[in-house]
Design a protein around this ligand. Sequence first.
Ligand code: AHR
Length: 324
Amino acid sequence: CAKKDNQTTATGAGNSGSAEKKLITVGYAQVGAESDWRLANTQSFKDTFTEANGYKLIFDDAQQKQENQIKAIRNFIQQDVDYIVVAPVVETGWETVLQEAKDQRIPVVLSDRQMKVSDDSLYLAWVGGNFLKEGRDGVKWLEAYLESTGRANDQINIVDLQGTIGASAQVGRTKGIVEGIEAHSNWNLVAQQTGEFTQAKGQEVMESILKSVDKIDVVFAENDDMGRGAADAIKAAGKVPGKDIILITFDAGKDAFDRVINDGTFNCTVECNPLHGPRVAEIIKTLEAGGTVDKIQYVVEEMFDKDGIGGARKAADALPERKY
Ligand code: AHR
């Protein structure tokens, strides 16, 4: 999957006079715009892959559909881009299109979610969050929180609001909570349904679960946006999110921080860092210089709550450093 030597020659923005600069063309097949996380991720790519930095970015929003992403990748191949970057909506079903890119000697870098492919030479590298660890961290926090509130031996009814089914972010986080439930005989999974990583769907699903399940102690919302939707549904049902029902979310965006610190409607938020633009640029820079990169690159992530329980950091302490 060696890189071709056919970069676009163009006048670089910001260059004085007629100085010419070789722009590296990067096609980014983005999942969509389903969440705050995704918007921050898109911005990170747009801010990084600028002409001033030596790139031409071709951005495609797949609206959460794999077939759109496959079309986008084929378009990138037709346009003979230098690199293809994919944040795959789901894990499986990529072999054919990645083989087409490989046949044209266009390197593919994965970012954010992972792919499960039979031949891992179909992509050069992946960088993103460790979703299973994130799920397990949420479980660790819940264990510690129940212990600290004297509820360790109570029956605990848990709702898992899942992300897009088949997305590695969903697969890892769901595995984390399911393992946690299996390890605690008093934890019960009372509902498990996808909210597709959106606030609206998260709210709709939570409203219907609240109608059919009498006692809910915990909502494990697999992203902040669904957590917000769940909080609204819980309020509408006459309960207090964060008090009557414990809310654990994933991403740790600005709004989640605000809720953990100020109104308490989220109890804990587990970080999933979206700022992958510079990380992917670093991979491309290394490859351009003829170097090699680690195939799998996990980003270090933390979790945050109000009081620093179960390995979480106090959100108020971390707030000044937060960038998204
Ligand atoms: O793949 C990362 C996940 O996708 C984020 O947790 C979620 O908010 C996004 O939509």
